[in-house]
Design a protein around this ligand. Structure first.
Ligand SMILES: *Cc1c(COP(=O)(O)O)cnc(C)c1O
Length: 368
């Protein structure tokens, strides 16, 4: 990692904000358990720092996507309950057992494999049973749920942890699929072995207590994403990205900026070049659309985002604020991840998980 002085950008990750967000969700959930989803390197923020901070805040249950991520997390958190959403891959059962990872069983095939592993005397941890109530992605589809209902012996002798399902439209509270999924889950619950139920992601928590059930699985809200789009963000920002100004260009005769000549400075103007580009996860769709902030003054991205650089129009900003070496907020108080996402035509999740590896990373806060 390069020195602050010589790096092109600083990414500050506020572990105290992440911990505060987890506690805020926990408090909102009352008697419902609050897990933490730390897949994809804790949404790009660095699982090695984020997971211990969450554990320190009181979180005991974690979800990752891949088996590899579970193995990595096990080393960080020897005592935590770790669930692996993508489930079993053929032949992987002993690996789950060796690292005490809870597989999410997503199909009858998964169920059969895990049951046979247990029968052969493997010291298998409990497993989750995932039923699909409206995603058509992972989980047992209704046809497989029906087969399971007709042959309950398939679950015989299995130790299960949670019955789970996943919401498709939790960020749209008025979407009719939410209630339909809840009904589907309740119907399956009625004949499956009595198990605690896990349903809500971040936005699901804000659909109200009916959706809380026994364990919530928030991810994005922990990292400052707004789980209630269109309404004020109830979470604290956890990420700030500051890009460094490399050069200031005075334009006095009309000319174009960047590849493809997509922006034209018509009269006099000033362009600041920043040491961040699409190779850093500053999405190319922010070309002529993104914003930097110098203090409270907005400087629009003009021209195309290139691999290592972007250009901002700083004509309206006092020259001394734009001196080479100064930092510009590319994600900050006035342009949080959801605003950047809107400008890029994507979602905050993609902004976070794209954050590049060339940034100088600084962690704030952490253990009490
Ligand atoms: C990623 C994921 C979550 C977390 O979702 P957020 O919207 O980030 O809170 C929860 N459950 C499942 C199955 C997931 O894949």
């Amino acid at each position: 990692m390069s020195d602050l002085q010589f790096s092109g950008a600083v990414l500050t990750i506020d572990l105290d904000a992440i911990r505060a967000n987890w506690r805020r969700l926990r408090d909102r959930l009352g008697a419902t358990g609050c897990a933490a989803v730390v897949k994809a390197d804790a949404y790009g923020l660095g699982v090695e720092r984020v997971a211990p901070a969450l554990a320190d805040a009181g979180c005991r249950v974690f979800f990752v996507a891949h088996l590899d991520e579970g193995v990595q997390l096990r080393k960080l958190l020897p005592g935590a309950e770790i669930h692996v959403l993508n489930g079993l891959l053929p032949g992987s059962a002993s690996e789950f057992a060796a690292h005490k990872l809870v597989p999410v069983l997503n199909s009858l095939g998964n169920i059969d494999e895990w049951r046979e592993f247990g029968r052969k005397g493997g010291d298998a941890p409990r497993a989750d049973l995932h039923i699909d109530t409206g995603m058509a992605r992972l989980g047992l589809p209704p046809s497989e749920v029906q087969i399971l209902r007709e042959s309950p012996d398939r679950l015989e002798g299995m130790k299960l942890r949670y019955l789970m399902s996943h919401l498709a439209c939790a960020d749209e509270p008025d979407h009719e699929l939410n209630q339909r999924q809840l009904n589907g889950l309740r119907a399956a619950q009625a004949w499956l072995p009595a198990l605690p139920v896990s349903f809500a992601n971040s936005s699901g928590i804000f659909l109200g207590p009916d959706y809380h059930l026994d364990l919530a699985r928030p991810g994005i809200a922990l990292y400052g994403g707004n789980p209630t789009p269109g309404q004020p963000n109830p979470m604290e920002q956890a990420v700030r990205l500051q890009g460094k100004i490399l050069q200031l260009r005075d334009v006095d005769t009309p000319q174009t900026v960047g590849y493809g000549a997509t922006h034209r400075v018509a009269g006099r103007g000033r362009i600041a070049t920043i040491a961040v580009g699409y190779a850093d996860g500053y999405l190319r769709s922010l070309s002529n659309a993104g914003s930097g902030y110098l203090g409270d003054k907005r400087a629009p991205v003009v021209g195309r985002v290139s691999m290592d650089l972007i250009t901002l129009d700083v004509t309206a900003i006092p020259r001394k604020q734009c001196a080479p070496g100064n930092l510009v907020d590319l994600i900050g108080p006035l342009n949080p991840i959801d605003s950047v996402a809107a400008e890029a035509g994507t979602i905050g999740y993609e902004i976070l998980t794209s954050l590049g590896s060339r940034y100088r990373r600084v962690y704030r806060g952490g253990a009490d």
